[in-house]
Design a protein around this ligand. Structure first.
Ligand code: HEC
Ligand code: HEC
Ligand code: HEC
Length: 452
């Protein structure tokens, strides 16, 4: 199983400790040779731990360019990991990620440990270059020293150098003035490392640490303020993880709100969603697919359970949407859909285009197609993700332990804006779902922005 490669972090730590103890015991008797061999293995353990942490932080997800297609119709060719060049859409223009392989000229091969820690925590590269907060340094500020050392060891000794420059980011004035970011950093970026909450247990603290620092879940799931700052970096802020939109994907509310949040999802559902890409009938879509493929599927059981425990501890905030499977309206529509006796706009479109996968009762098919009844993403305040998914289609994640990936087709050429608005409004208000309607304008503004 692929996801086991980096799994036994605790084993690696234990091995490292054992080696250090052995080294101390043997050094005096056997002399320098043994001590050197032991420290080489300790380094190997450190590099392996760094590799696991790099998965938890999804460094590769952002720092690897999209597969290359040499000519139309050619098979896509994978690009080298960590060599940079992925274009990230921001409200200010496209920002390209850097080459972070240990190449001395084009990568970070000349970085000292302090350079590395400063770039990750403060967003300042050597020479004083301020990084755009598309690099999640406001979250990485919380990474502990131990983890930072392991990451550095991995990037210096475990990653293949790539001697090729990443494309230059060219934002229009005034956003090309990187020094201005000094004020942004001063006003918004958190500066202190993670501090454990003594009133909570070790599991909760581990989950909080992973979510807030390495996992940078808030970069997508926390709403942003007028200066693109995340409106909170931990549970002390009521807006933290209550849902945010980036690049026309809305990342839902992860607080305990029973409508569009995780209130009805169990900790086990969350663990399975993050590991297998299937949990409690939900399947990641949009930008969450990559998060599961590149990052969360590789986390070990303890870490996934800790993340779920932390998320389940967040009190409900920013309520929106409702679900009541037993409401009489819900039972009536299910009955009407079965007999084909429906007049609601959108019902006919659903029956012709969607029901073969998501089923007439909206329950989906386990391990294949997500349920839409009671699906928090369907009930979210924002419908941008739903429109984008309908327009572009999608596919469930490839994971080492989850079921075979399935496709959701694109409906761009099949449904008009009005029809999309109708079918989404129908899906958001059937089977016990209750959420705001989707208008033709909602659909056309997203399609216009996506040029699709
Ligand atoms: C969400 C996307 C994202 C993730 C995740 C991410 N980065 Fe970055 N990173 C960026 C972007 C974008 C830049 C370029 C920013 C700029 O040009 O101002 C960058 C820049 C950097 C730089 C500065 C390089 C230079 O000299 O220009 C370093 C070092 C770096 N990242 C390391 C890492 C490491 C290590 C990880 C994982 C622990 C990581 N990044 C995770 C987006 C990301
Ligand atoms: C690159 C942006 C991005 C990042 C980073 C991200 N997410 Fe998501 N997430 C999304 C989007 C978009 C969705 C909505 C689509 C879906 O339900 O899969 C989502 C959905 C989810 C859901 C399902 C919510 C629901 O109610 O259906 C969970 C749970 C989740 N994310 C957890 C996490 C955790 C934990 C992290 C950090 C380790 C994280 N996400 C990081 C974008 C992101
Ligand atoms: C061929 C099967 C198929 C058809 C037909 C189909 N879908 Fe999907 N749908 C999927 C799959 C697979 C996913 C998961 C997509 C992903 O992970 O990117 C999905 C995801 C979704 C989601 C996100 C829910 C979640 O938790 O992942 C919504 C909303 C949705 N579909 C609505 C529709 C609507 C509305 C239609 C009809 C216009 C439709 N689908 C037609 C297969 C299908």
């Amino acid at each position: 199983m692929k996801h086991n490669v980096f799994n036994p972090a605790s084993f690696v730590i234990a091995a490292a400790c054992a080696l250090t103890i052995a080294a101390t015991a043997n050094a005096a008797a056997a002399g320098d040779a043994t001590a050197n061999a032991a420290s080489a293995s300790t380094d190997a353990a450190q590099v392996a731990r760094g590799a696991y942490l790099a998965k938890a932080a999804d460094c590769a997800g952002c720092h690897t360019a999209a597969p290359r297609v040499s000519h139309p119709g050619a098979a896509p060719v994978a690009t080298p990991p960590f060599a940079g060049g992925l274009g990230m859409g921001s409200p200010f223009g496209t920002i390209y990620t850097s080459n972070i392989t240990p190449d001395p000229q084009y990568g970070i091969g000349r970085y000292s440990y302090d350079d590395f820690a400063r770039a990750l925590r403060e967003g300042i590269a050597p020479g004083g270059k301020r990084l755009y907060p598309a690099m999640p340094y406001p979250s990485f500020a919380k990474i502990t020293d131990d983890d930072m050392h392991a990451l550095y060891a991995y990037f210096m000794h475990g990653v293949q150098p790539v001697a090729a420059p990443a494309p230059q980011t060219r934002l229009p004035f005034p956003f090309n003035q990187r020094w201005v970011l000094m004020f942004w950093d001063w006003a918004f970026a958190p500066k202190s490392q993670f501090k454990a909450d003594a009133k909570r247990d070790a599991q909760w603290n581990r989950g909080a640490y992973l979510v807030q620092s390495l996992g940078h879940c808030g970069a997508c799931h926390t709403p942003r303020g007028p200066a693109y700052e995340e409106r909170g970096y931990d549970e002390s802020a009521s807006a933290y993880l209550t849902g945010g939109t980036n690049d026309y994907w809305f990342a839902p509310n992860l607080s305990a709100d029973p409508g569009s949040g995780l209130g009805r999802s169990s900790a086990t559902d969350i663990v399975e969603f993050l590991r297998n890409g299937h949990g409690g009938g939900l399947i990641p879509f949009g930008s969450m697919v990559q998060v599961v493929e590149d990052s969360t599927q590789y986390l070990n059981d303890d870490d996934l359970t800790a993340i779920a425990a932390y998320l389940k501890s967040l009190p409900p905030h920013a309520p929106s949407g409702f679900f009541n499977a037993r409401s009489s309206a819900a039972l009536q529509t299910v009955q009407a859909l079965k007999t084909g006796d429906v007049e609601r706009p959108g019902a006919g479109i659903y029956a012709s285009y969607c029901a073969r996968c998501h089923q007439m009762d909206g329950a989906g098919v386990p391990q294949k197609y997500p349920r839409l009844a009671g699906n928090p993403a369907v009930l979210s305040a924002s419908s941008v993700s739903l429109v984008r998914l309908l327009v572009e289609g999608g596919g469930s994640p490839h994971t080492g332990s989850g079921p075979e990936p399935r496709k959701m087709p694109s409906f761009a050429g099949k449904l008009t804006d009005t029809e999309m608005a109708r079918v989404l409004t129908f899906v958001r208000n059937t089977w016990g779902n209750t959420a705001g309607p989707v208008t033709r304008n909602d659909v056309s503004s997203v399609r216009g922005a996506l040029h699709k």
